[in-house]
Design a binder for this molecule. Structure first.
Ligand code: PEP
Ligand code: MN
Length: 358
């Protein structure tokens, strides 16, 4: 039985980086009073730029192995190559996590999977920094093929160039939801700390993850977050962590009566979606007709005035139906984009049929 599924929600907490022995002892002592299931601590820290705290390496592994005298909680660390796996195993580390910068590289993931083969160690695979579900699922499959039973995924959000985002790494919830659909036996945890990048957002993102039926959370916790050597803004104190956990609403599995009601509503949603898809299909047929007329008359496909008018009227209609402007814009950008592509296709076909001009 996968031990990451032994309790739901499963909570992993601990500092971004193992900084000194006292810090780790402090954390392990405070977790005696908080319902934490596993301690995390980075001993090698992947930093974007040189000259920052890169972890204490093997020395930190010695401190972590001593924590067993204080707390019986299992311990996880990040590894990024096979030498680090060998050291982790040598010091009796219970689980390793594959960081976002490592999941992107199938060579390294395979090297780590080969190094853990035949060991009892647990493996947690973070999503890659880019929103690519195949890389994430490919990495999980490499560990599953290596015979790792205690396997879980960690959603830590996706890097983006959008400087206006409130998140450090955008959650793109549809991706972890799709991963969960594909691998129903692999638990998925949410690393709210790395999604948020600042501690104020952590409760909201943690609750969202539980509402979406995530199996657990990973939360960076430090005795003195503001003095942390890495990720200071996003770490909680043990007290704040305890507050967070006590305020979380833990969703229960469906009861029978609510299951019936949910099933009914889902059936209605299914038939509404079928109508929506039907209408969009019909809309595209008309768009194709329009494309032909434009092509026959040598008119441009895209007309800015028409697009402006579409955005204005659709956002107005949306407002009347309780749908915000951002949503309406996203929706119609998608539809409009497909319409343009459909018309380009038709124009290209017409151009091919037309006899070459002399
Ligand atoms: C971390 O967990 O501290 C870390 C470096 O994570 P990520 O790989 O998600 O950036
Ligand atoms: Mn961190």
């Amino acid at each position: 039985m996968n031990y990451f599924s032994s309790k739901k929600p499963y909570f992993i907490a601990g500092p971004c980086g193992a900084e000194d022995e006292l810090q780790l002892q402090n954390i392990a002592n405070s977790f005696k009073h908080i319902a934490i299931d596993m301690i995390r601590a980075g001993v090698w820290k992947p930093r974007s730029k040189p000259g920052h705290f890169e972890g204490r390496g093997e020395e930190a592994l010695k401190w972590l192995s001593q924590l067993k005298n204080i707390s019986s909680l299992p311990i996880c660390i990040e590894v990024a190559n096979k030498e680090q796996v060998e050291l982790a195993l040598k010091y009796g580390i219970d689980a390793i996590w594959i960081g976002a910068r490592t999941t992107v590289n199938p060579f390294i993931v395979q090297e780590i999977a080969d190094a853990v083969k035949g060991n009892q160690v647990g493996v947690l695979v973070k999503n890659p920094i880019n929103p690519d579900i195949e890389l994430w699922s490919g990495a999980l499959e490499r560990f599953s093929n290596a015979g790792i039973d205690n396997l879980a995924a960690i959603h830590r959000g996706f890097s983006s160039y959008d400087t206006m985002s409130i998140y450090r790494n955008k959650p793109n919830w549809a991706i972890p939801i799709e991963l969960k659909r594909r691998y129903k036996d692999i638990p998925i945890f949410c690393d709210a700390s790395h999604i948020c990048g600042n501690r104020e957002l952590i409760p909201m993102v943690s609750q969202r993850a539980l509402d979406l039926d995530f199996d657990g959370l990973m939360i960076e916790t430090h005795p003195n977050p503001d003095q942390a050597l890495s990720d200071a803004k996003q770490q909680l104190t043990p007290d704040q962590l305890s507050q967070l956990l006590s305020h979380l609403i833990i969703r229960k599995p469906l009861s029978n009566s609510s299951a019936d009601e949910i099933e009914q509503i889902r059936q209605i949603l299914d038939s509404m979606d079928a109508e929506v898809v039907d209408l969009i299909g019909k809309r595209m047929e008309l768009v194709a007709k329009l494309g032909k007329i434009k092509g026959d008359n040598n008119m441009p496909i895209y007309q800015a005035d028409r697009w402006r008018e579409i955005v204005k009227s659709r956002t107005n209609w949306g407002e009347k139906n309780g749908l915000d402007a951002e949503f309406m814009l996203n929706l119609f950008e998608l539809i409009h984009d497909k319409s343009i592509k459909t018309q380009i296709h038709i124009l290209n076909e017409l151009a091919q049929d037309r006899p070459a001009e002399k």
